[in-house]
Write a protein that binds this ligand. Structure first.
Ligand code: AMP
Ligand code: ZN
Length: 478
């Protein structure tokens, strides 16, 4: 196995990865702001962190991964107030949609999901600590962080602080590098808005204090990995560092990993350009979850990903190719004896796969290792040169691949059905297997009328049957 290397935004370099405690990884991911459905750009980042967590687990690390749900922020407060409902009532729909989307994209559940609104006390305590250490000041009922006092401010995003006016403040949670200012830790309530009555006064937390407080509560003062999309590096993560390190005097995060953005047909995804997609938009157009996961995972996370429908189609074919190969391994019967050359070929593919992922999660390189092998093995099978004795090793390699990429299982139809798409069409796997077995039995007793009837019934319901040379049957959804 190869040494794992990751790009650390803090150092700006690719570094060997070694967690603080050998064998154990503490990881924090900034979760969604649940004010609307998440879009496929957001899922690019969540699929990246899923690939990372799955790879670390594959490599034997014991992982504690925390993801927060930002269920209080400027946009949520504005929308909930406009709709006249409580924060919880407003956000619940989007929280549930996010969980359903993650499941659909085979994004594993982190060890802890935490909601900002359930951790207000922890945030208040952290703000009190910062008050004690004089990193804060009050203004009109709000509490601000004094960035000039934190000498390392800017070390993550490498911003130039020379032009910044000491004491200038910003009230919004999201702002550009050019307007780096003292930011709000605690915001005074505005008329009609939801607020908490606390020891530091009435109000609500700023976005940045959330992640500092929750990451340290669940993972400790120094954590191994913190992930997010590149847009979060400034100001969100810069401010997290300022808050946490000022409070504890210890390094907050050892490896900062940021995913580059997803673009759509070469342009920034935006509602006004009409190129803004949620998962549901794509599923309604008939695309499969596995194709989307593959498309999002296939471009290494530090490269921008240009989303196109052609690309999504290609991803679907790639998944299909892999599933067909897995089906060949399962269903076909090959000549018996072993063959040293193929065993070596499989070992080489596995080593290349590991080398790709170890190299800062280079998914393109890892996938190339898989597809090169699949191409060669398919050729060997067609020529009658693949041996039954290699099946197990090949299947194990595919299983290793799938522990990280998670696209082999043909469960798209079920997932879509669970989300309410295509509910009436398509039988489930169990029903298909049953009909296939009945058809096999009919063929055996030479009842070809019955076997054709079953084949046609399945075809009408979107299932294609393929009879193989050795008499077994493969099926797939159209
Ligand atoms: P938000 O809900 O806005 O806090 O975003 C959730 C996650 O999605 C964050 O890690 C963002 O950095 C990330 N994100 C937002 N837009 C994109 C995009 N176009 N491509 C990739 N990641 C994104
Ligand atoms: Zn965060």
């Amino acid at each position: 196995m190869h040494e794992i290397q990751v790009h650390n935004t803090l150092s700006g370099k690719v570094e060997p990865f070694a967690p603080l405690k050998p064998g154990v990884v503490q990881m924090y991911t900034c979760g969604p702001t649940v004010y609307d459905y998440a879009h496929i750009g957001n899922y690019r980042t969540f699929v990246f962190q899923d690939i990372l967590r799955r790879f670390l687990k594959l490599r034997g690390f014991q992982l504690t991964h925390v993801m927060n749900l930002t269920d209080v922020d400027d946009r949520i407060i504005a929308n909930a107030t406009a709709a006249g409902v409580s924060l919880r009532d407003y956000t619940e729909k989007y929280v549930q949609a996010f969980f359903a989307d993650c499941k659909t994209l085979s994004i594993e559940s982190p060890e802890h999901w935490i909601r900002a609104t359930e951790n207000i006390d922890t945030m208040v305590e952290l703000i009190q600590e910062l008050q004690k250490k004089t990193y804060t000041y009050n203004s009109e009922g709000s509490i601000y962080y004094r960035i000039a006092k934190f000498k390392d401010y800017g070390k993550l995003s490498k911003i130039d602080l020379s032009g910044i006016q000491v004491g200038a403040r910003v009230d919004n949670d999201r702002y550009e590098k050019e307007s780096a200012r003292d930011f709000a830790l605690w915001k005074a309530p505005k008329p009609g808005e939801h607020f908490w009555e606390t020891a530091i006064g009435p109000g609500r937390p700023g976005w940045h204090i959330e992640c500092s407080a929750m990451a340290m509560k669940f993972l400790g003062e120094t954590i191994d990995i913190h992930t997010g999309g590149i847009d979060l590096a400034f100001p969100h993560h810069e401010n997290e560092i300022a808050q946490s390190e000022a409070a504890t005097g210890k390094p907050f995060v050892r490896y900062w990993m940021h995913a580059e953005h997803l673009l759509v047909e070469g342009e920034k995804m935006s509602k006004s350009l009409g190129n803004f997609f949620t998962l549901r938009d794509l599923f309604a157009k008939g695309y499969k979850p596995s194709a989307l996961r593959f498309a999002l995972a296939s471009v290494p996370y530090r490269r921008q990903l240009n989303f196109t429908f052609d690309g999504l189609q290609q991803a679907a074919s790639s998944v299909e190719r892999l599933r067909n190969f897995a089906a060949r391994l399962k269903n076909e019967r090959f000549p018996a004896e072993k063959q040293a050359a193929m065993a070596e070929r499989i070992a080489k593919a596995a080593a290349n796969f590991d080398a790709g992922l170890s190299d800062d999660l280079n998914t393109a390189q890892a996938l190339a290792a898989v597809f090169d092998f699949v191409r060669e093995a398919n050729i060997a099978m067609d020529k009658g040169e693949f041996r039954q004795g290699e099946v197990k090793a090949a299947q194990e390699f595919l299983a290793t691949f799938d522990k990280v990429f998670a696209v082999l299982e043909d469960n798209d139809a079920e997932k879509l059905k669970a989300l309410g798409y295509g509910a009436s069409e398509g039988p489930g796997d169990a029903e298909i297997e049953k009909l296939v077995a009945e058809r096999q039995a009919a063929r055996k007793r030479k009842d070809f009328a019955e076997s054709d009837r079953i084949r046609n019934e399945l075809l009408k319901r979107g299932i294609l049957l393929e009879d193989t040379k050795d008499g077994s049957v493969r099926w797939k959804r159209k």
